[in-house]
Write a protein that binds this ligand. Structure first.
Ligand SMILES: Nc1ncnc2c1ncn2[C@@H]1O[C@H](COP(=O)(O)OP(=O)(O)OP(=O)(O)O)[C@@H](O)[C@H]1O
Ligand SMILES: [Mg+2]
Length: 335
């Protein structure tokens, strides 16, 4: 096990995800997670509305004579006004089309950590591995987030998301194995050997790709597709409707691209450590939650010739917490 602070009270793990922001903090022997949608919606300002929001403890900020509601509550208000929520991030990085994206992320971070000031605590946040051609966007995102979190009063470092999954879920194999996070904007992958990353990469096909593609194919909104996917989609051999079928086809496309990228990246590694036994692979992230996903992924993986042997493919026990948990492990190892 990595050297950690037994109380861990001075450390925070933060998953800055396209879809959700998740914090992890130690309390006694437990890890406490805070989670909120990384989304916002605006409603017209009135003193009365503001008063009601305050009373109901709904998180909001005032911007340009509008009220911006953010986090989980944004979805409720978007539904109420028949609009879509807006998203501060896209494909793993700050959304350049949203002027207030950095402000929104800062507000949501304060909400999930329950702190307005970091008080010098060690904080480790996840960053995506850059998808092909997006290196500069990831570097800019990383430095903007670093600055924002330093300004909040934290002592900050970052960790690639795939490596965070390894730290969060692979203590039993001495942090050796492949961590995979299938999220909203990206699927992130990392091969780690004894806690040292051998490679990290990401592909831009994940939950949002499935939602948008199936929405286009079915003439529906992406929000509606996401709700159907989360509530009733599963891989069980047949599809209950044409919408389920479309979701299934794009899920397969994502799995296919992911397995092909794992194969190609493994094959291209110049100095592969000598792995003397088959290594495990862990699946994390919200997109692995659909029933039957693990089997579907493993089938595709086993049909693909890989240069390393995979011992087992397992689901993280709580896939939406893995990245924040691993970021916490990294933050605590610095104390
Ligand atoms: N129960 C569920 N069934 C299927 N999909 C789900 C479920 N719950 C969440 N998802 C999907 O998981 C995705 C979000 O996953 P996650 O929270 O891991 O992403 P993220 O970390 O915010 O994004 P990224 O890592 O790409 O930046 C969304 O596409 C969402 O629709
Ligand atoms: Mg993620």
């Amino acid at each position: 096990m990595m050297e950690t602070d037994p109380q861990g009270s001075r450390a925070v793990g933060l998953d800055l995800g396209t879809s959700r922001i998740v914090s992890a903090q130690c309390q006694d022997t437990d890890i406490l997670f805070g989670t909120q949608l990384n989304a916002f919606t605006t409603i017209p300002f009135s003193k009365l509305t503001e008063g009601v929001l305050k009373k109901e403890r709904i998180p909001y900020v005032l911007q340009d004579s509008e009220i911006t509601v953010y986090g989980d509550e944004s979805e409720r208000f978007a539904n109420l006004f028949h609009t879509e929520t807006r998203r501060p991030m896209r494909r793993g990085v700050l959304n350049p089309d949203e002027l207030t994206s950095a402000t929104m992320v800062r507000e949501i971070v304060m909400l999930v950590t329950g702190e307005k000031n970091g008080r010098g605590q060690k904080l480790c946040f996840s960053i995506p591995a850059a998808p092909l051609g997006a290196g500069e966007a990831v570097a800019t995102h990383q430095s903007q987030m670093m600055r924002m979190l330093c300004d909040l009063g934290y002592e900050v470092r970052s960790i690639p998301e795939g490596l965070a999954v390894v730290y969060g879920e692979m203590e039993s194999s001495n942090y050796t194995g492949i961590g995979v996070s299938c999220g909203g904007g990206l699927c992130n992958v990392c091969l780690s050997y004894l806690s040292v990353p051998v490679f990290s990469f990401s592909i831009p096909k994940a939950g949002d790709f499935i939602d948008i593609s199936a929405a286009n194919a079915r003439g529906e909104s992406a929000t509606r597709i996401r709700a159907i996917k989360e509530e009733s989609f599963c891989f069980n051999g047949h599809f209950a409707s044409k919408t389920h079928q479309a979701i299934g086809e794009y899920y397969d496309e994502m799995i296919h691209a992911l397995v092909a990228a794992i194969r190609d990246t493994l094959a291209g590694v110049q100095s592969m450590p000598k792995l003397n036994r088959p290594i495990p692979l862990v699946l994390a992230g919200g997109s692995v939650l659909v029933s039957g996903f693990r089997d579907r992924f493993e089938k595709q993986l086993r049909e693909t010739e890989l240069p390393v042997a995979i011992a087992e493919v397992r689901l993280a026990p709580n896939p939406q917490h893995s990245t924040a948990r691993g970021a916490l492990v990294a933050a605590m190892s610095e104390i």
